[in-house]
Write a protein that binds this ligand. Structure first.
Ligand SMILES: [Zn+2]
Length: 249
């Protein structure tokens, strides 16, 4: 994945990630200009920042390092986001992208291509799955005061289509927790036609490709929180085998 051209601007307004892994990308609209945002985020008195800002001319500015928290999503107000961690500031586990323009503006093509490249690079770098719950608008965290962020002009459908790679999207993936479940995995894969089998790594991380599939079938382990998951797991290998057998019918 090529890293897009990013101009470092910096901001004094950031904190540590407090030990949290980055789970999601949050998209915003500036309701202003890129130069105005540059100076607002450079001002300690503003107490706000995002990781990135994308201009209408396609320029990408960075204000906060990925390993730190920007100050863009701290206020939670009537949220509509299943991955929200109760009682934890969302800034700790999100990366934020601001977009130049007003809420409702249609994005110029060059700005769209810049933010698409930035999303692609962040997805590859941070291992963020391409789902409607891991790439979200600010309004999903604060539906009251930020209901128009990023607003009706934001090209969600086109963005997801492009991020999922058109026809190349993996329809179904099977995720195994141990190699002992391999043949059960093959049976489930055959049942679903053309699909990929993944064995979860020793560190229990979930392969990005598996999370990007439209449907994820998990055999013998806990939920991945994939939005379209089929969980075939029991308390032991016998219960798991029974769940697989029942699924195969
Ligand atoms: Zn916002």
């Amino acid at each position: 994945m090529d890293k897009p051209t990013i101009v470092w601007k910096g901001s004094p307004n950031y904190s540590s990630r407090n030990g949290y892994k980055t789970l999601a990308i949050v998209d915003h609209i500036m309701d202003g200009t890129l130069p105005g945002t540059d100076s607002w985020f450079a001002n300690p008195a503003s107490k706000v920042s995002s990781h990135f800002g994308v201009g209408k001319n396609g320029a990408i500015h960075q204000y906060v390092k990925l390993e730190n928290s920007a100050w863009a999503n701290g206020s939670v107000n009537k949220p509509n986001w299943p991955l929200l961690i109760s009682g934890v500031n969302p800034n700790y586990y999100t990366v934020s992208i601001e977009h130049e323009g007003k809420s409702g503006d249609v994005m110029p093509e060059v700005q769209y291509q810049a933010t698409l490249a930035l999303h692609r690079w962040l997805i590859a770098t941070l291992g963020i799955p391409v789902t409607r719950d891991t790439i979200i608008g600010h309004n999903r965290i604060d539906s009251v005061n930020r209901s128009r962020c990023p607003g009706t002009g934001f090209p969600w459908d086109r963005l997801f289509q492009d991020l999922q790679g058109g026809n190349d999207v993996l329809k179904v993936a099977v995720l195994l927790y141990t190699k002992e479940d391999f043949w059960a995995g093959v049976d489930v894969a055959v049942r679903n036609g053309n699909c990929a089998i993944f064995v979860r790594a020793a560190d229990l991380s979930i392969p990005t490709e598996a999370m990007s599939a439209q449907k994820l079938i998990v055999i013998g382990g806990p939920t991945t929180k994939h939005s379209n998951e089929v969980l075939l797991s029991g308390n032991d290998k016998y219960q798991t085998a029974a769940a697989v057998a029942k699924y195969l019918g």
